[in-house]
Every structure is written in structure tokens, then in C-alpha cells.
Design a protein around this ligand. Structure first.
Ligand code: ZN
Length: 301
């Protein structure tokens, strides 16, 4: 097991754990519902202990829901911090996994940064050093790399909470974010769709006005990100994206940019610029394994 890594995709509804070295070598995989921190972390540690059968994994990576503390010098490094999720506030998830498994190298980052790293190593962002990864699901999160380093900064990006124009006549829904109401997540997340239309995105017909509105909000968010970060590519995943017409988003983004950015990638090949992830259902846990490879060194794979 010395050549092998562990990964944890720590989500608000489930923990996905796996052992392996990449997409073609996932040796063991298990899922646990996210209940109390004690029970959930104990299940994850027991999984790794059973997999390693006495040997130690080289490292374990955790891509966690958040907000989280990512600063290695901080006394609460590796903690989930201010989450609204019941029982999970100020939980030392990285420390508990280290203690429960005896594996000393535990790398820790946001779920979206982990997924971004996985896509950089094996998927849709290979060869790039500055790109963004957005997940549009129950909530909206964003991460990525700038100049080959995962984005952290002051805390870590919270792209889901950016503001986008909200025409209250066209869309009277007040938004569902508990902090901001009509931020991007409040208007365009899966939860916003459910509350606004009374049904989940998967059940909304492709011709329904819900999708036009969704494209509009996401196009504004994507344009804001392109203008502020100058990413070489944007990778858009998550449950809501599965129902969204990507070419409609491409033309909305191009319309808003209005020819201003003189890049052939945007002007002529936007389908290669705003893309879907390539790692599928295992993206999160593969990203966590990629984190374990990297440690917290932030060095591009
Ligand atoms: Zn918000």
C-alpha cells in the first residue's frame, strides 16, 4: 500500500472514499452518508484501515465541503469552519482522519479545488496552469488554479456567492442563499430551481423558461470570472449542468462579452473553452487522490 493513496470526497450528504492512484487504478471505493462528524469520520477511517490491511497508505487527500481553513500555519488548519450544516461547525476533519488512520500525510482542500486538481491531472484541464472549475448542483462552488497553484488567497474562493444582475420583474424569486438571498447560488443553484419552480432540475423540461433563466445567470457569472481571472478554460460540472444546454451558455457568454476579448478560443472555439468535466461521477474522489499525490505543496501535477 506504500505506493497507494487514499481520497475522501467529503460532501454534505455523503462521503465518498477510495484507494488507488488514478482513474484507471481505483482499487477500492465506498460511500457513507454524512451523519454526525464522529460517525462519518469513523466510517471513513475504518474503510482506509480495512483497505490498507496493516500497511500504510502513502497519503490521504480530503476535498471537503466548507467553508474550510486551508492555511497550514493556522491552529484550525484542516477544519470545517462556519458551515450551516448541523453539527459540522469547527470540526477538525483532517486531524481526525490522521488520528483514525495513522497516516501522517493528510492533504486538505475544498471539494472544488480537489475536483479542479483531478481535472488538471487526468481530465478536462490537462496542460493548463490557469483555469477555473465550477460546480453547479444543490449549491454552487468554484475553485481552480492560477499560474499552477490552487487558488486559496485570504480564505478560499466562494464563487457561488458572487452577485449577478437580478431582474425582479422577470424573476420575482427572492433567492435562497441564507446569507445573501439573491447571490448566484441563491438564484441559480439546484436548490434555487427547486424552490422557484417547485421541482428539481432533472424534472424540468428542456424547453421550460427555467433553463433560459439558468443560462442567463450562469453566463453573467462566467463572464465575471473570465474578466477577473483570465482563465485558459472553464470546466463546468454538477447536477444542474447535466440538464443545461451548453451551446446556449456559449452563445450567451459570447453575447455578453460582445467581441471585446480578442482570443480565438472565445471568438471561434468557445466549445473548447467552456467545457464539461471529464472525470464523471468519480471526479470528486479522484480529485482528493490527486491532492494526496500533491500534498499541500500546491505544485501543479
Ligand atoms: Zn450567497
Amino acid at each position: 500500500m506504500e505506493d497507494c493513496f487514499g481520497g475522501i470526497e467529503a460532501g454534505g450528504t455523503k462521503f465518498v472514499c477510495a484507494v488507488g492512484t488514478g482513474p484507471s487504478d481505483l482499487r477500492e471505493r465506498a460511500e457513507f452518508p454524512t451523519t454526525s462528524p464522529e460517525e462519518t469520520i469513523r466510517s471513513a477511517a475504518a474503510f482506509f484501515n480495512a483497505c490498507s490491511r496493516g500497511g500504510k497508505l502513502k497519503a490521504i487527500g480530503i476535498g471537503s465541503f466548507g467553508p474550510v481553513d486551508l492555511h497550514p500555519g493556522s491552529p484550525t488548519f484542516g477544519y470545517i469552519t462556519s458551515t450551516p450544516k448541523e453539527g459540522w461547525r469547527n470540526v477538525d476533519i483532517a486531524g481526525a482522519i490522521r488520528q483514525g488512520t495513522g497516516v501522517s500525510r493528510v492533504a486538505f482542500d475544498t471539494d472544488v479545488n480537489a475536483a479542479a486538481l483531478g481535472e488538471a491531472r487526468w481530465g478536462a484541464a490537462r496542460g493548463l496552469d490557469t483555469f477555473l472549475y465550477l460546480t453547479i448542483g444543490t449549491g454552487i462552488g468554484g475553485g481552480g488554479m492560477v499560474n499552477g497553484r490552487l487558488l486559496h488567497g485570504l480564505l478560499h474562493p466562494e464563487m457561488g456567492h458572487m452577485r449577478v444582475p437580478h431582474d425582479r420583474q422577470a424573476d420575482p424569486f427572492a433567492g435562497c442563499c441564507p446569507w445573501h438571498g439573491d447571490c448566484l447560488e441563491g438564484l441559480a443553484s439546484g436548490e434555487a430551481m427547486r424552490q422557484r419552480w417547485g421541482m428539481r432540475g432533472q424534472r424540468i423540461h428542456p424547453d421550460h423558461a427555467a433553463w433560459r433563466l439558468e443560462v442567463e445567470y450562469l453566463a453573467h457569472a462566467v463572464v465575471n470570472l473570465i474578466c477577473s481571472m483570465s482563465p485558459q478554460r472553464l470546466v463546468l460540472g454538477g447536477g444542474v449542468m447535466q440538464g443545461l444546454n451548453l451551446p446556449a451558455l456559449h452563445s450567451a457568454v459570447r453575447g455578453l462579452l460582445n467581441g471585446y476579448l480578442q482570443s480565438a478560443l472565445i471568438l471561434d472555439r468557445i466549445e473548447d473553452y467552456i467545457v464539461r468535466p471529464q472525470l464523471g461521477a468519480d471526479a470528486g474522489v479522484l480529485g482528493a487522490i490527486a491532492l494526496a499525490w500533491n500534498g499541500n505543496s500546491d505544485i501543479r501535477p
